[in-house]
Design a protein around this ligand. Sequence first.
Ligand code: T6T
Length: 374
Amino acid sequence: MTPVRARIADSKWHVANWVRGRKNYPSIGDGRPLGCAFIQLNPLKIMKKWLGIFVLTLSVLALAAPVSTRAAGAGKKYTIALIPGLTTDAFYITMHKGAQAAADALGVDLIFQGAPDFNPVQQVPVLNAIIGRKPDAILIAPTDKTQLIEPLKKAAAAGIAVITVDTFIGDGHYQTGKGDADFPLSYVASDNVLGGQIAARALAKAIGDKGKVYVSNVKPGISTTDQREQGFKDEMKKHSNITVLDTQFNDDDANKAASQLQSVYARNPDLAGVFGANLFSALGAATGVKQANATGKIKVAAFDAPKSIVDQIKSGEVEMTIAQHPAEIGYYGVLTAYAHLTGQSVPPLIGTGFTVIDKSNADNPDTKKFIYSD
Ligand code: T6T
């Protein structure tokens, strides 16, 4: 058995034993569960296998859910709140569906409440209101690595289990006994550094490994998009004929991202490519390229998979995108909270993988199922 295969087998073991109610899980040594370790190895080569395991896992969990409910949750109806980064983003709408599916299977009450914009100033009052409702657990996508630490401490101090989904606080290493932001129980998410690296490789290939590119990003301080930019830039250092221009921050506003594309292009008529580091950045970058009549000349690598981006991949306006698995993030988030509430230990990090979509697989049913819900 190759090391990768061994890890996949272990990862099956890990999930199967988790749902059977065992108390401890194998880890890679630093407390991170095996599922995450193998995602970081070589996702492109093993993505197919991982998807297979994931489907198997879901089936196992679906079968196990009623058993867990009887064994540990009898007599108590739990309430779990999911606070997204913002409510109107297809990514979080899809996450909500996954969370609801798990809540229904486990007989849990799920509250979904968030702010209209991806902004800590708007998210903190929502969090405070949720704390006031005293749920058993809060799943939250913190909109800032630092600004959500103190508000979330209040939730933990009130005896509410805190799990972060999609984004993290601090450095994302929880339950380490170090720092002031390790108190959440678990972080359930994509590997965002790796996603940025994969986007960089794809963009480098699309532009013939030379020319100017830049990152269209949301704003500094968001764990996911910071990590995607970091992964992108680290990977681009390996491509000596590619110049990475200054990042343009768009505040999660696709219109702003579109006009920034045109300004960067005006200053750099030899612009070869752009990486849109999240859904709105990518949509805006693609629109900007179109408005500048530069389709085909400026290549676009995207992150996130609303239907419109996948349509733009098919029409050749966008090269590729990283489709996260937000439904799985929501599903595992609820499952993790429930496992904790019913007395089981939970891994401090759960990787949910992603699917790379490009022209070669955009019509494949195995790929299409990862297009986000509207
Ligand atoms: O890319 C997702 C999410 O992962 C990120 O944290 C914020 O932006 C999105 O919601 C997409 O808009």
